[in-house]
Design a binder for this molecule. Structure first.
Ligand code: AMP
Ligand code: ZN
Length: 113
């Protein structure tokens, strides 16, 4: 298994896990780009958004609801936060196991880089 996030999910690599359930885990990003930077990661290995199949439909909703829940718990929901999923290298994806970035705790700018 050479996937970093699969190895974290398997407990082979340590991570600061802040939430987990039967479908996803959420953890602190190791290189935070905002005061709050969490990653919401499905337990199933799906390399990119391009590899999502119709049976994964409910998974993305669950990931979004997990982001909503964590943002509320961290107190960033009212001010605002951003969720991002990079797809492939041209969008900046570096770990090829899909994940939702949850960023907040500062003013976000647009457009993203
Ligand atoms: P992306 O570039 O969209 O694929 O995002 C991958 C994210 O994973 C980056 O924000 C990295 O900082 C983060 N990351 C890489 N290695 C680890 C790790 N061991 N634990 C937590 N986050 C990580
Ligand atoms: Zn994986």
């Amino acid at each position: 298994m050479d996937c970093l996030f699969c190895r974290i999910i398997a407990g082979e690599i340590p991570a600061k896990i802040i939430y987990q359930d039967e479908k996803v885990i959420a953890l602190d990003d190791i290189n935070p780009q905002a005061p709050c930077h969490k990653l919401i990661i499905p337990r199933n290995h799906i390399a990119t958004l391009n590899d999502l199949s119709p049976i994964d439909h409910g998974l993305i909703g669950h990931m979004a609801q997990t982001a909503q829940k964590i943002a509320g718990e961290l107190g960033i929901a009212e001010h605002g936060y951003r969720v991002v999923m990079n797809c492939n290298a041209g969008a900046g994806q570096t770990v090829f196991h899909i994940h939702l970035h949850l960023l907040g705790g500062r003013q976000m700018t647009w457009p993203p880089g």
